[in-house]
Ligand binder design. Structure first.
Ligand code: PBG
Length: 326
């Protein structure tokens, strides 16, 4: 069917026609909003590296979540900033840890109104900023697994719906699934950071979460971004180990990985639209170089179109507002 029989512009004529034939959409039920709960502050504190985002004190986290739920945000990914850091990240799995207390507080006042996921890693809780237990200058995979399992169980016991292991240790999904099941936590889902790449785009997050490694980098465990086949292998392994949702991170430079994974696997795919990707848009919008609302809509649509069912994004807060205004 070629011109003049087929005229593509016919279906672009009115907003209603364009909406009728639209193939993908972005709705709040697809989005997870990351939130930083900070035990060291009493007042909400803005994050300079991530304009528009805040660190929230533990004491008022339930009020903050209530407000966000009322505007339409439904799902949250909780990160904690603890009072104390040590060699073994004990603050990460303590029943009195910042994330555990936050979960209890939010569940206590919101019940099941909010979907609560937690990041399961050590880097915010170790005094050296690393994602695992150091032995002779390297991260010990298998001793870190034990800690990750303890963290996951403590989060699940405190009320997490989903635990999201992000340390990129081999075997982390299997270990966590087994220990959750042995603890009777069979209904807690695992969203695995499966293809988490070594990326410059995490820098604003590390400022916000105070999790910069004090020496070295994260290349020994995070993926090399040159390797799409390896990404598929990581994702396949996590599915075999029991992941309910697999994640690709970052999102924007990785749409090819998202697309390939969505064609290859039949589990829900999540994409993490990370702090650096957020910061680029916010700074350009502040300088009026980009229109924020339309740019964000285009970016989130592209991630969904690539094949992500779930998008983790700092833009979720603004998206809720914009969708309400429509
Ligand atoms: C690890 C973790 C990181 C991010 C999410 N979980 C930081 C890292 O790997 O250094 C980055 C998220 C972002 O940049 O938005 N706990």
């Amino acid at each position: 069917m070629s011109f003049p029989l087929y005229r593509a512009r016919r279906l672009r004529r009115t907003p209603q026609l364009r909406a009728l034939v639209r193939e993908t959409s972005v709705r709040m039920n697809h989005l997870i909003y990351p939130i930083f709960v900070d035990e060291t502050i009493d007042e909400i504190a803005s994050i300079p590296e991530m304009p528009g985002q805040n660190r929230v004190p533990l004491g008022t986290v339930d009020e903050e979540i209530r407000h966000l739920v009322n505007t339409g945000v439904r799902a949250f990914l909780i990160f904690g900033i603890p009072n104390n850091k040590d060699e073994v990240a004990s603050g990460a799995y303590s029943t009195q840890g910042v994330v555990q207390l936050a979960l209890k507080r939010i569940r206590g006042s919101l019940g099941n109104e909010a979907l609560l996921a937690t990041d399961v890693c050590l880097c915010e809780y170790t005094d050296n900023g690393h994602c695992g237990i150091m032995q002779d200058g390297v991260i010990s995979n298998d001793s870190t697994l034990e800690i990750l399992a303890k963290i996951a169980v403590s989060h699940a016991n405190a009320g997490a719906d989903i635990v999201a292991p992000s340390a990129m240790m081999d075997g982390q999904v299997k270990t966590i699934r087994e220990v959750l099941d042995q603890s009777g936590l069979t209904e807690t889902a695992i969203m695995a950071y499966s293809a988490k790449h070594t990326s410059s785009f995490y820098a604003p997050f590390r400022g916000a979460a105070q999790s910069f490694p004090h020496f070295g980098g994260r290349e020994s465990h995070q993926m090399d971004f040159h390797n799409p086949n390896e990404a598929m292998r990581e994702i396949r392994m996590d599915i075999e180990e029991g992941a309910d949702i697999v994640m690709i991170k970052p999102a924007l430079g990785y749409l090819d990985i998202i697309h390939r994974a969505s064609q290859m696997f039949d589990v829900p795919i999540a994409a993490y639209n990370v702090s650096g990707e957020y910061a680029m848009v916010k700074v350009a919008a502040e300088r009026k170089i980009l229109d924020e609302r339309s740019t964000v809509h285009e970016i989130l649509s592209a991630i969904r179109r690539a094949g992500a069912g779930v998008v983790i994004t700092y833009h979720a807060r603004d998206m809720a507002q914009w969708l309400n205004e429509r």
